[in-house]
Design a protein around this ligand. Sequence first.
Ligand code: ATP
Ligand code: MG
Length: 452
Amino acid sequence: MNGSILIIDDEPTIRKAFTILLRGEGLTAGEASGGREALALLGREYFDVALLDFAMPDMDGLAVLREIRRLYPELVVIMITGHADVVLVVEAIKLGAYDYLLKPPNPDHLLMTIDRALEKKTLHQEITKLDRSLASSLESQLGRGPVIRQVIEDIRRVAASDFSLIIEGETGTGKTLIASLIHGLSRRADGPFIAIDMGAIPESLLESELFGHEKGAFTGADRKKKGYFELARGGTLLLDELQNLTPHAQGKILQVVEEKSFYPVGGSKPVSADPRIIGATNADLKEAVASGSFRQDLYYRLNEYRISLPPLRQRPDDIPLLAARLLTEAAVELNRNFTGLDEAALELLAGHPWPGNIRELRNVLRRAALLCEGGQLPGKMISQVLDGENKGAMPAAMALPGPTAPISLEEAEKTTIAQALAHTDSNRTHAAAILGITHKTLLAKIKKYGLE
Ligand SMILES: Nc1ncnc2c1ncn2[C@@H]1O[C@H](COP(=O)(O)OP(=O)(O)OP(=O)(O)O)[C@@H](O)[C@H]1O
Ligand SMILES: [Mg+2]
């Protein structure tokens, strides 16, 4: 066993016997002959568990317990009682004692109780750590610089409401991530969070994708199907890449937002539209409204609140924290151990303009991590990856053969994936890291192109 135990008892023979027993188990033992001495000792030394005698001349056990709970709430207290006084025991448990034992305790029983107490303590510490990290998780995830702090304030404020909102920001600034954080902090957190890429739905399928359809609504509709607005009931619907909405789609969405209901394709009964709507865009929607490509009425409907995410180059203070987080993520993914980034690495990161924002930072760190065995990530690796980026190419060994004739994007993708697999001896995790895509996406593409 591993831990430190404080024995509080006025009888020296008992203290001696306990100390020998505990040390025999590898535990550290400290002794105090009474309540005051114990409290003084606790002020100087750390203990995990206290064995506390009920009846002591200088201060009774319950009074000591009360003081301990007040001053050292993390200390786990096991009461040792000379006689089975139920009232005292109940009182002690109420005050927060962990357990009690009759005097003289059976050694095995005593050790078992201590073992359990230590276990509970570890668990408790982990939960407290978790609690703390949840409380500060927005700051630790997003950053602590002044610009992002304003955004965090906005997130907290708007999460508590059911307002629809627009999140604006350059590509890769974390719009999708922040929409999901807002959902997670809202009263809809237990409901679904669904993100739809508005540019990815063909116009002809838009209505049935958004609103669902009845069986037989059109050729091929052989079953009733729920749309995103129905699937996101009780939750949040993210309309991502809002700038890609066609005028027709804008009209349809405006209608739902205004009427708070919609008709599935082929349906005759309106269905109430429940989800909270968040729109995300990397374009300047105000400008789009001015130029007539985005409907003003829809813009105002969605814009009950607006969050503007700053580009990474405007918040250099946050780069070290984000880099450390992203490196840890990459380390877990690649199963390596990194202790952080060296000075040179941080300097290089601070000086880069990051047109692709956090997504680019993430990809750079994943690639650099791949080139490094572990330990402290050196600036050398970062510059190697950034140089490769500047040339708009992968590391030399990975470059595509100069195409003599233009090939299709699909062909290029297939070739690139095949090369990444060859380069990594078919290690898919490494290949995905080089390609800057998720493991899952890589698997899907391997299947699509028959590269197994
Ligand atoms: N604060 C952050 N900490 C860690 N990773 C982040 C953070 N913000 C964004 N990312 C990561 O960066 C990538 C891009 O983020 P996200 O998809 O949210 O950006 P976006 O603004 O929605 O981009 P796009 O305009 O291309 O849709 C994702 O892989 C995301 O996990
Ligand atoms: Mg996005």
